[in-house]
Design a protein around this ligand. Structure first.
Ligand code: HEM
Ligand code: HEM
Length: 164
């Protein structure tokens, strides 16, 4: 569904909150790996890894909850039509990359829970999220900058201020 001319304040807040939490997970996720490895080796994990590992658990579950809220909002009120429809390839690229984000945002915490409570191979599967997110975020940020500075179509601006 495509409605309205911009994102709502809720959608914008959720976008940036989730983005910050995902970056935190990507930067500090290895602490959780260190904790899991320490438990497997029967040794105590470093205090900093324990604290960051615990933060990883709760930040991950928060992402899952926020993404579910975001998807319900999206189903209820739709996503706005693009600021600039552009050529067909651009519509497909936006559609596919946003869809992939939602798939990753749901599958990663789910695999994380399985890694935590079941163990391998879920730990390895969950760890694949890191390169997948890094590539997708790089493409996403480049696309946002391309819209802002090359096409000058207001796409980035509307992820900062709501249409009202
Ligand atoms: C979008 C949310 C999440 C992201 C982006 C994420 C990302 C990561 C990253 C980057 C690592 C380190 C991988 C490595 O060492 O190469 C990791 C490890 C881990 N994460 Fe997450 N995580 C998320 C959610 C969760 C949740 C919700 C849980 C559990 C409740 C969880 C449990 C784990 C576990 C157990 C490991 C260690 C895996 C292993 O090596 O066995 N994660 N995560
Ligand atoms: C780091 C994690 C990030 C994630 C997981 C993420 C995810 C998403 C998703 C799923 C959408 C589609 C929203 C929808 O229509 O339902 C979106 C839109 C958008 N994102 Fe991000 N994003 C991230 C970071 C960023 C960053 C760093 C920027 C800016 C440089 C950015 C700029 C935008 C813009 C401008 C849109 C609107 C696109 C449009 O109007 O069609 N995002 N993002």
């Amino acid at each position: 569904m495509k409605t309205g001319s911009g994102y709502s304040t809720y959608q914008i807040t959720l976008h940036w909150l989730i983005a910050v939490l995902v970056l935190f997970q990507l930067f500090f996720g290895e602490s959780m790996t260190a904790v899991v490895d320490a438990i497997e080796n029967g040794q105590p994990a470093a205090a900093s890894d324990q604290a960051l590992g615990s933060a990883h658990y709760w930040a991950g579950l928060t992402i899952l909850a926020l993404v579910l809220v975001r998807l319900v909002l999206r189903l209820a009120s739709g996503a706005p039509a693009p600021a600039n429809w552009g050529p067909r390839w651009m519509q497909i690229a936006a559609h596919v990359s946003h869809g992939l984000f939602y798939v990753l945002l749901l599958a990663t915490p789910a695999a994380g829970l399985l890694a935590f409570y079941v163990g391998d191979p879920w730990g390895e599967i969950h760890s694949l999220a890191k390169p997948a997110f890094v590539v997708l975020i790089a493409v996403h940020v480049l696309a946002a900058l391309y819209h802002q500075f090359w096409l000058k179509d207001g796409t980035l601006k509307r992820m900062f201020s709501s249409a009202g």
